[in-house]
Design a protein around this ligand. Structure first.
Ligand code: ZN
Length: 109
């Protein structure tokens, strides 16, 4: 169950719901209504899985690969341009005029 992609649920759900509707309209009874709802549930699960997968991709990958290096570049740039120093203990950024880290009270100079 864990490795089935969300799109499979959506396709399966659409197929089941469509089939149930099709049978119901042809036979003119509500015998397949449970299958129709089961199909809707499958679609919902599939959409949920797909969305969560995209959210996980969006949040996890950039943090591990691109964001850190870009952040480091930005920090280095601000240090060079505005004379900002970083706390050696907790990494908090401070103006070079600060004597103590306001986060952990480490002496900065
Ligand atoms: Zn600190």
């Amino acid at each position: 169950m864990a490795k089935i992609p969300g799109i499979v649920y959506v396709v399966l759900g659409i197929a089941i719901a469509w089939f149930a509707r099709y049978v119901d309209t042809r036979t003119e009874n509500q015998g397949m209504i449970l299958f129709f709802y089961a199909g809707i549930v499958l679609i919902a699960i599939g959409v949920f899985k797909t969305i969560t997968k995209y959210i996980m991709k969006d949040t996890e990958k950039p943090e591990k690969e691109t964001n850190i290096s870009e952040e480091e570049k930005k920090i280095k740039e601000t240090i060079q341009q505005r004379k900002i120093i970083m706390c050696p203990m907790c990494g908090t950024k401070h103006y070079a005029t600060s004597n103590y880290c306001h986060m952990c009270s480490t002496k900065l100079r």
